[in-house]
Design a protein around this ligand. Structure first.
Ligand SMILES: Nc1nc2c(ncn2[C@@H]2O[C@H](COP(=O)(O)OP(=O)(O)O)[C@@H](O)[C@H]2O)c(=O)[nH]1
Ligand SMILES: [Mg+2]
Length: 413
């Protein structure tokens, strides 16, 4: 039996990335030489960023996982100066702007009471991307902040301005402010099933052990589900689909939920009594990534596609061969077979810009294992804001295989 859309390696990469993504991503921005790299060093107590008094030392955005005093693990992204110029400089500035889409929170560093076009442009982009930010007036040991400017910025942009210097500045005030600015959702670890199961529930996980199963162990989505069930103080039962019937014959207590590998959904669907909630690992995992509610709403549009409709496939994971195979061949073929309509597909890879989104009847996003949740949502929001239905690979496959309604039922409130 060939595993379809929970290919082990694909999800392992996805889940490993996820652990990293749960750390808040903080970007630091400002003109060259304002002390951005010095502030990172100060925050972390390490000489991670290269500091120099030669403007333009930080070229590409530098991403570092680090422990920030009082906050915990985070990813800080040090960027090139926003006032860089020349051919190379302009490219660096463009990269700095792109970074904004990957972060949860921003620090804007100003000095010398300079607050002008580069700063306003940055703030506009933070606002467009819904990124909370704080402002640091650095090098205040040389020139302290002008209080009128401070009040103006705080008033106009609903933010805080901190007078600071990296020589003897008090980092605890900075971390306190940072803590308040970072949205809780960026480090709050969501439970996979916590909202639909309660302590002492029995949860049955159906995991086929076939030729594709790794030797002597379980794949990560299964391990994660087991752990999540236990974390929720529930009783976890793990069975192969071939023993599921035995389970229901021998065990009198009804499970609160059954989660199965999608490949055996049809078999499991027949065995699990209709009153017991049943879902698939792929749907459970989709909840950790992207805009679950809008995917859930948009997926059934697959039944309303018309001849000559165009679908936009968003492939965020450019290097995943398996993902590419699903998005380029498997899904288009299944959609054509399912709808019996003449549907065409366009593909956009990575984070390339989306043009003329209005021409598409529907947008289908890949699992998005290589990008942050925020990036995914920022992208699919372009469709949502134009009332274009969205879905993702996992839900689309579930729908085309006729398992969508039952697999989604446990999550409908
Ligand atoms: N006097 C003073 N110098 C600073 C301060 N912060 C950074 N510097 C110096 O400013 C220069 C540029 O700092 P750097 O962190 O590389 O700036 P970046 O280009 O924004 O990353 C270096 O020589 C730093 O030592 C500060 O608070 N006060
Ligand atoms: Mg720097």
């Amino acid at each position: 039996m060939k595993r379809e859309y929970i290919p082990a390696f694909h999800f392992i990469i996805k889940l490993l990335k996820m652990a990293k993504d749960l750390k808040p991503h903080i970007g630091i921005f400002g003109r060259r030489n304002n002390g951005k790299s010095s502030i990172i060093n100060k925050l972390t107590g390490q000489d991670i960023a290269i500091v120099s008094d030669f403007a333009g030392t930080t070229t590409d955005p530098v991403k570092k996982s680090m422990e920030i005093f009082g906050i915990g693990p985070a990813v800080i992204i040090d960027t090139a100066g926003i006032d860089d110029y020349g051919e190379l400089g302009t490219k660096r500035v463009e990269k700095t702007y792109q970074t904004i889409k990957n972060i949860d929170c921003a620090i804007l560093v100003i000095t010398n009471n300079e607050f002008d076009t580069p700063e306003i442009e940055l703030i506009n982009r933070f606002t467009e991307n819904d990124i909370p930010f704080l402002v640091i007036h650095n090098k205040s040991d040389i020139i302290p902040i002008d209080t009128t400017l401070k009040s103006r910025i705080e008033h106009d942009y609903h933010t805080k301005v901190l007078d600071f210097n990296t020589i003897n500045g008090d980092t605890s005030t900075l971390t306190e402010l940072l803590k308040k600015t970072i949205p809780e959702t960026s480090y709050h670890k969501p439970s996979l099933l916590g909202d639909i199961i309660k302590p002492k529930d029995v949860v049955v996980l159906v995991t086929p052990i076939d030729a594709e199963a790794p030797d002597g162990r379980m794949i990560l989505p299964q391990v994660m589900a087991i752990r999540d069930v236990l974390d929720n103080d529930c009783i976890c039962v793990v069975v192969k689909e071939t023993n599921l019937q035995d389970y229901f014959e021998k065990i009198t207590c009804k499970p609160a939920l059954v989660v199965t590998d999608s490949q055996v959904f049809a078999i499991v669907n027949k065995i699990v009594p209709p009153e017991i909630p049943l879902t698939s690992f792929s749907i459970v995992l989709a909840r950790l990534r992207g805009d679950f509610d809008n995917y859930a709403k948009g997926t059934s549009f697959l039944s309303r596609l018309k001849d000559d409709d165009k679908i936009l496939m968003l492939e965020s994971c450019t290097h995943q061969v398996n993902c590419e195979d699903i998005g380029r061949y498997k899904i288009p073929n299944l959609i054509r077979k399912f709808t019996k309509k003449n549907i065409s597909f366009d593909y956009i890879s990575g984070l390339a810009p989306i043009e003329n989104i209005e021409q598409y009847a529907m947008v289908i996003q890949c699992g998005g294992c290589m990008v942050t949740r925020k990036q995914l949502i920022n992208r699919t929001n372009m469709a949502v804001s134009k009332n274009i239905p969205i879905s993702n690979y996992g839900m689309t496959l579930a729908y085309l295989n006729g398992i969508f309604d039952r697999a989604m039922e446990p999550f409908r409130k």
